[in-house]
Every structure is written in structure tokens, then in C-alpha cells.
Design a protein around this ligand. Sequence first.
Ligand code: PRP
Ligand code: URA
Length: 210
Amino acid sequence: MTGTVTIVDHPLVQHKLTLMRDVNTPTAEFRRLLREISLLLGYEVMRDLALDHKTIMTPLAEMSAPILSGKKLCFVSILRAGNGLLDGLLDLVPSARVGHIGLYRDPKTLVAVEYYFKMPEDLADRLVIVVDPMLATANSAVAAVERLKEAGASQLKFVCLLAAPEGVERFRADHPDVPIYTAAVDDRLNDHGYIVPGLGDAGDRLFGTK
Ligand code: PRP
Ligand code: URA
């Protein structure tokens, strides 16, 4: 089985992504744009949520109307840049549970180093949507999904803003059961594991740390 990759090519997403890539876009604007894009990605990622029907009264008539079936959701943010996508998803589904996994890339080896892991107990019963703006080597995303599977998660999706072809290939090889959603797949990785043309360091641009 090979995992699916959905590129969300909606013009609004592509326009906002261009603004985010621009080196002259300041931190506050970058953060606002990522939150806006997360809403648009969220619509696509949750497109197949199951619906039930409920009988309600409108001001004019009774009707059987669609309503989310109550499928349990858990959003998992890969710290720290994942938090830039999280708030928008929570606006869409405020009742979702939230997990955090802290990972940073060792700057020399690019290996993902875990420093935090906190999840709701009933991961096995939930659709787990993992968020991180960047899928570069995929070391971080692969490690995060491995940990989540160890913790019981069995139904997962991965959402990012930008991916490198190398990262997409690696993630699909290691986790073919986990679909990827992204706004774009760029050209390549550079020698430091950065996506080119990319947008730079997502965490630093989001939080103004450089
Ligand atoms: C960035 C990004 C991903 C990771 C992607 O995080 O947010 O988590 O790099 O790279 P990879 O696919 O090669 O693993 P970083 O390690 O810079 O940590 P930060 O979010 O704390 O800035
Ligand atoms: N992490 C980032 O923030 N940006 C990249 O281009 C690669 C990894």
C-alpha cells in the first residue's frame, strides 16, 4: 500500500502561501496567514467525516438535517511550529482533544529528538490528525507517527503546509497507511535539510525567534 498525497491547490491557499514564503513578510502577518490556511486545509482534511441525521425544527418546518456523527477527533501538534496550524483546526472543531509532541531536529544529524509527549488516553478510539507546517526529511513526522502508533493510534492523517519530495517519499514508505495533506510539494532539500524554495525556518518565522 502506498500512502495518498492530497495537494490543496485552492487559489486562496496558494495566494496566502506565496505571502508566507516572502522573506519580507513579518512575524505577525506570517502567523495570521498560517492560521487562515489551517482553516482551509482543515476543510479538506475533514471532508470525509461521517454525518448522521437529526430531526430539528426550522422556523418554517421540521426537517431531518445532517450533523457530525460524533466521531472522536484528536489533533496532535508537533512542537513548536505545529501550534501555528492547531488553533485554526480548533476553531473548526472546538470539541476535539489535543495532544502535543515535542520534537526538534538535531542541526547536525537532522535526527528528530523527542522532549515532550502528552496525549489523551483514548487515542485508539479517535481519528488522529497530526499537524506540522514542514515535511522536510520527514524525520520528525515519521518519528511522531511511530510514537502515536505505539500509544495506540490506528487511524491517522498528517497535515502540513509545505513538503519536500524526499520527505513525501520517506513518509509514504514508512507510514503508507497515513494520508498526507499539503499546500505544495517544493523542488528539493538543501544540504542543511531545508526545503527549497520553501519559506525558511517555520518555527522561527512563526514566533520571531531569529
Ligand atoms: C521543523 C518543522 C518540523 C521539522 C521538519 O521543526 O516544524 O517539525 O523541522 O523537518 P524534518 O522533516 O526534516 O524532520 P524544528 O526541528 O526546526 O523545531 P521547531 O518547531 O521547534 O522550530
Ligand atoms: N524545518 C523548517 O522549519 N523549514 C524547513 O525548510 C525544513 C525544516
